[in-house]
Design a binder for this molecule. Structure first.
Ligand code: SF4
Length: 433
């Protein structure tokens, strides 16, 4: 820092769950402005520069459509929570770990429902894991060091996690992939052509919902069964046989599973079949791991916190004896059945992501929204409270997609309090009453 310029050498990008920690940012201290950002992808750059997009920000606290001050908005939020029999606390994938902790305390105190975006995105994977079969997983650093075969299944990191390939999977040099991409083979399995096709050794185009069938055939081939099936997709059995051979000969491999697998109607069967394939490879002596591609930058912080505090990964209802029952205690279900009577939403936009019928029901509840940005949800909020952007205007902790905790820095000053501060004040108010 030379008085006018501050250089942050290893800032962590708070956009996606890659949490790239090699971002270099120079700040004009006098003008409190970011001057230059290096190493981040376009999403990351946009996230850091969103501090300057005044038109996207929620500017002042709002109660019942009228601008007000923070004290008034917090008081109204406390009133709503106190009047509720069972509030919903939802979102938090874009919040730091400390904010998540306070939100969880509010949920426990109010005997409410606490749920996160995982409830909608990766729930099938967790449900499979709870069956207690073997789960082969590794940190991204281990994958970077060792992986010779990299499979992206129902995932396109080029558009969702742009630096995933260069930092963790395909391109980087590793201890056992000393020539980087030259020592690795990429296989992509997806329902549509994607940017990965050009760089993949095999690009396997499957029909929607066909993933389980492909995984099952690969598993049987890995186990040495001879098959005669002809597939309906673009791949024939000979190609699958060659692929299975390659998987078996790998020193180390990884399957990155994306929402393309988990969100289709056969998602449950598909993930079960892919887990069985990974298990079969390990039993054949090949070290293979399965790695879910997480989206929001700190969704894993929210999962870790819930697992630590309750033993469950998402969707817990503190008003019940059995607090976790997917289909009963999860966000879409409690809204659909009219079980919650208020909602505290933190850093999420359910009116863009929920099914229309659920969003309509949510609209009828008093909603407290805590967010740095205006979103479609803002217009339905009884109370909207603007906050600093975590990782840009305030610090906190986030968990990378493999569970590694990283510190998010404050890069520039701002006039907004953090979501953690707002939640702490709400908690204090709820405790007092
Ligand atoms: S890949 Fe994700 S974490 Fe890395 S710079 Fe891009 S948006 Fe940020």
């Amino acid at each position: 820092m030379n008085g006018k310029e501050k250089i942050i050498e290893t800032a962590v990008c708070p956009f996606c769950a890659c949490l790239c920690d090699d971002v270099v940012i120079s700040v004009d201290v006098e003008r409190n402005r970011i001057k230059e950002i290096r190493n981040a992808c376009t999403f990351g750059v946009e996230k850091f520069l969103s501090v300057e997009k005044a038109e996207q920000r929620l500017k002042k606290p709002v109660v019942d459509g009228k601008e007000t001050d923070y004290d008034d908005a917090i008081e109204k939020a406390v009133d709503i929570l106190n009047a509720a029999n069972k509030p919903l606390i939802y979102g938090l994938g874009n919040s730091g770990y400390n904010a998540q902790r306070v939100a969880l305390e509010i949920a426990k105190l109010k005997k409410g429902v606490y749920d996160i975006t995982e409830s909608i995105c990766h729930n099938l994977l967790y449900l499979e894991l709870m069956k207690k079969g073997p789960f082969y997983f590794a940190l991204l650093d281990e994958i970077r060091d060792n992986a010779q075969v990299v499979i992206y299944w129902g995932a396109n990191p080029v558009v969702s996690h742009p630096r995933h390939l260069s930092r963790y999977s395909v391109y980087p040099v590793g201890r056992y992939a000393m020539r980087g991409v030259m020592d690795r083979e990429l296989i992509t399995i997806d329902v549509a052509d994607s940017e990965l096709k050009k760089i993949s050794r095999w690009f396997l185009r499957v029909n929607p919902g066909e993933d389980a069938e492909i995984a099952d055939i690969l598993r049987r081939l890995v186990k040495g069964e001879s098959l005669r099936e002809q597939l309906t997709g673009e791949m024939d059995i000979d190609t699958l046989r060659k692929m299975a051979d390659r998987l078996k000969k790998a020193f180390y491999g990884v399957i990155f599973v994306g929402l393309g697998v988990l969100s289709n109607k056969n998602g449950s069967k598909s993930i079960e079949a892919i887990l069985a394939l990974v298990d079969a490879l390990n039993k054949e002596g090949v070290k293979f791991v399965l790695f879910p591609m997480k989206g929001h930058y700190n969704v894993l912080g929210a999962v870790n916190l819930l697992l630590r505090e309750t033993g469950y990964p998402f969707g817990v209802d503190f008003s019940r004896d059995t607090i976790f029952e997917p289909g009963k205690t999860t966000v879409l279900d409690v809204i659909a059945r009219g079980e919650v009577d208020a909602a505290l939403i933190i850093g999420a936009d359910p009116f863009s992501s929920f099914p229309m019928t659920t969003a309509r029901k949510l609209r009828d509840l008093p909603i407290i929204l805590i967010d740095p940005f205006e979103t479609p949800t803002t217009q339905f909020a009884s109370v909207a409270i603007p906050t600093a952007i975590t990782g840009v205007e305030t610090e906190d902790i986030a968990y990378r997609m493999d569970g590694l905790p990283l510190k998010l820095e404050k890069i520039v000053d701002c006039k907004y309090p953090s979501d953690r501060d707002i939640l702490e004040q709400i908690l204090k108010g709820v405790k007092k009453s």
